[in-house]
Design a protein. Sequence first.
Length: 141
Amino acid sequence: MRFTSTPRGARLARRLVSHRLAAWGYPYDSGPNETVTLIASELVTNAVRHGRVPGRDFHVRLTAPPTNTGPVIRIEVSDTRAEKRPTLTTAAPDAETGRGLYLVSQLAERWAVGPRRGGAPGKTVWAEISIGAKPSDSATP
């Protein structure tokens, strides 16, 4: 889905992620929904703050491909600023910003930065989160 590179666009992207996960069987108050929504929040905020090009939007892609080791949710956030690649840094204890990618690195099994799909200008930051079975998939005793 495409969003404007504004705080409102970031807020709408977070809501879309949370709603989509709920529709996939991960309720709003579940661990997977909260974790993926937090990661999405950090990635879309970075796209708006650091990847913004006036007149260009950012894109969010959320997938849950089946794997042999259980469900994996992948979130991809693409913007049009290829030259501003995010880096993992250590924020000062009293800093009000600078911890977003640290949170992503701690919550996701894998994350990285790469080129956008289809050769479009910019970059994609992605993260993958392995999760257990959906509550609806559990067998009842």
